[in-house]
Design a protein around this ligand. Structure first.
Ligand code: GAL
Length: 634
């Protein structure tokens, strides 16, 4: 497949007269796709029922006439001000019970049925008008579900919706009481209408109550998205995508993704490094202008799976952003490197955010491909170069992986509800395992928690899954490679209580988690071979083989030939050792990479990316800082 570039554009921000020139410059840059419309509701419907599509007709026509293909966004992340007068109770409520007001974006509650209908209505109107438009070649639903922490809302609408959801899920208050263990602290209910939201209780609410609310809230996102998808599909055969975020686990992306044709995500490597990745201060400085060398790849692989093979980067950082605590400029070359890395992981399109920097409002300090005065910003030349290289490059097809990592959103909720140790975070643990694979130069596939077939892989990692689904358990029973399971996997029931018999319940493998302890920063459990566990350690019992021990003689890895339980959270060196050892056993080739150099194999090429701020050598080739190198696979 030929890979393409795109850009995010806001015709409503600029005088009509500039559109044609902008479109011509986009085409000249080598851009194929342009995403528009996703925040334009106040211009599409300035007052209730007063529809103004004429400007959007002209914008689409102008862009299309320049040869661009349009991704049309539904504008539901930004309901206009009049909507709040019409539905005053649609505003979301935070965990402290405060209403989150109008004046920015995402001021809606996923549980609000009235707003869901408004969202259906505007989507239907757009789909009816543009569903057959030859220039509208893809659709985006809403924008970044959960952005600004908006999955959870503690509103009256949420309370009522949650009660209905509970009634459907549990059928009777008795069944719910039993499932949650409400006899504890006399928390029993006689009627679903008595059940409140789990915030604002005196001390922590029952973890099962929280987990149910997290499941309900995720289902509301799935429903909100599905309503739009159904409307669009009635009028259009173009693919539908949503632009997910980095390190967002508050709703089940596997489920939203099942209703869409393509998964997209918004990649802001430098913003993320500053804002949401645990790295020590020195490492953050080393990668200040490049971003974490594994974070983008992790999300590329995750969303490739969420999109069942079809995925895009819908927003690619082009220069400094405005929203992180600090906002350095990328090293020259990074806007090119990030794009090529996405293509090497199989992205169909990489779309820069945004075309021109807006001189007004919240994101005025956020760079674009053009400056506010329309002069080229540094990333424009890099995008042009990528477009030229794409045109010259033979088709890029994603490579195969021998290693897979299972990733589960529900477990992320479970461990947020009940961390037990302040550092325990499901995403962080999965990412730690993923990074170790990347340091060994491995291609990794990410799999959903109900994955029923592991036969394509030699090594499977399943860290931190609260429970093993039936399909996954069956796949593990049939698995011929090695699965590294744990820590903390299979140690809870679906209701977030402790299973009896105790977990992890591995098929034909006698390992039991007898006790779990969490460790504060600085504390460690030493392993007999010099390795270490941090954050978390489980005391294992059973008759299975001990493959690795702690210094004081407890099992650290225990299991049989195929299924092995890891009793703690390995530090980076220990993860490297564990992955390296098992790859050797399984005959999976690894490589030794200098820090900051990363590789990814496509079907035909090995790509090498230098995230370091200095030049590095790869097989005799010097790769400059922010350099990208590719060579045919041997
Ligand atoms: C994304 C969002 C965009 C824009 C961008 C700025 O999270 O989807 O609308 O705000 O961040 O980096």
């Amino acid at each position: 497949m030929k890979r393409t570039l795109g850009v995010c554009y806001y015709p409503e921000h600029w005088p009509d007269e500039t559109w044609a020139e902008d479109a011509a410059r986009m085409a000249e840059t080598g851009i194929t796709w342009v995403r528009i419309g996703e925040f334009a509701w106040s211009r599409l419907e300035p007052s209730p029922g007063d529809l103004r599509f004429d400007w959007l007709d002209r914008a689409i026509e102008t862009l299309g006439a320049a040869g661009l293909r349009v991704v049309l966004g539904t504008p539901t992340a930004t309901p206009p001000r009049w909507m709040i007068d019409k539905h005053p109770d649609m505003l979301p409520v935070d965990g402290q019970g405060r209403v989150r007001g109008f004046g920015s974006r995402r001021h809606y509650d996923f549980s609000h049925a009235g707003y869901r209908e408004e969202s259906r209505r505007i989507t239907r109107l757009l789909a009816e008008r543009y569903g057959k438009n030859p220039h509208v070649a893809a659709w985006q639903t809403d924008n970044e579900y959960d952005c600004h922490d908006t999955t959870l809302s503690f509103s009256e609408a949420a309370r009522r919706g949650f009660q209905d959801w509970l009634a459907q899920t549990y059928q009777s208050p008795d069944a719910l009481n039993r499932a949650w263990g409400n006899v504890f602290w006399s928390m029993e209910y006689d009627d679903f209408s008595q059940i409140g939201l789990p915030n604002l209780t005196v001390t922590e609410a029952n973890p099962a109550h929280w987990l149910a609310f997290r499941r309900y809230s995720s289902d509301m996102v799935v429903l909100f998205n599905k309503v739009q998808v159904d409307e669009i599909r009635k009028h259009s055969t173009a693919p539908i995508l949503h632009n997910y975020m980095g390190r967002v686990t508050s709703f089940d992306h596997w489920k939203v993704g099942a209703d869409l044709d393509i998964a997209a995500w918004d990649s802001y490597p430098i913003g993320f490094l500053s804002d949401r990745i645990e790295n020590d201060a020195g490492r953050k400085l080393d990668f200040l202008r490049q971003g974490d060398p594994d974070n983008q790849a992790f999300h590329h692989d995750l969303y490739r799976a969420v999109g069942r093979g079809r995925w895009w980067v819908m927003e690619q950082q082009p220069g400094p952003v405005n929203w992180a605590p600090w906002n350095p400029a990328p090293l020259p070359g990074m806007a090119r490197l990030w794009a090529w890395e996405a293509f090497a992981h199989g992205a169909e399109c990489v779309s820069y955010f945004r075309w021109r920097q807006a001189p007004f409002a919240q994101e005025q300090m956020h760079a674009g491909l053009l400056r506010p005065d329309s002069a080229p910003a540094p990333a424009l030349a890099e995008a042009t170069q990528v477009a030229r290289e794409l045109a010259a490059m033979p088709e890029v097809e994603p490579g195969r992986a021998q290693v897979a990592l299972v990733f589960d959103y529900e477990s992320a909720w479970a461990w947020e509800v009940q961390p037990q140790g302040a550092d325990f975070d499901a995403w962080r643990l999965a990412f730690a395992a993923y990074r170790a694979c990347r340091r060994a130069g491995l291609n990794v596939d990410i799999l959903p928690p109900d994955c029923a077939d592991l036969s394509a892989y030699k090594l499977v990692l399943a860290p931190g899954l609260m429970r093993l689904s039936d399909p996954l358990r069956a796949a593990l029973a049939a698995f011929k490679g090695i699965a590294l399971i744990g820590p903390r996997t299979g140690t809870k029931t679906a209701e977030l209580s402790i299973p009896v018999p105790l977990g992890p319940g591995l098929p034909d493998c006698d390992v039991t988690v007898a006790l779990a302890e969490s460790l504060p920063p600085g504390a460690k459990v030493k392993l007999s071979d010099g390795g270490r566990f941090l954050h978390w350690f489980e005391h294992l019992e059973g008759s299975a083989t001990v493959h690795m021990s702690t210094k004081d003689g407890r099992p650290a890895i225990m299991g049989n030939d195929s299924l092995r339980y890891i009793a703690g959270w390995p530090d980076d060196d220990t993860f490297d050792h564990i992955i390296g050892y098992h790859c050797d056993v399984l005959d999976i080739p690894t490589c030794v990479l200098p820090d900051g150099l990363r590789v990814r194999d496509t079907a035909t090429h090995r790509f090498v990316f230098n995230y370091a701020a200095k030049a590095q050598m790869w097989n005799g080739t010097r790769i400059p800082p922010a350099g990208v190198h590719w060579e045919p696979l041997a």
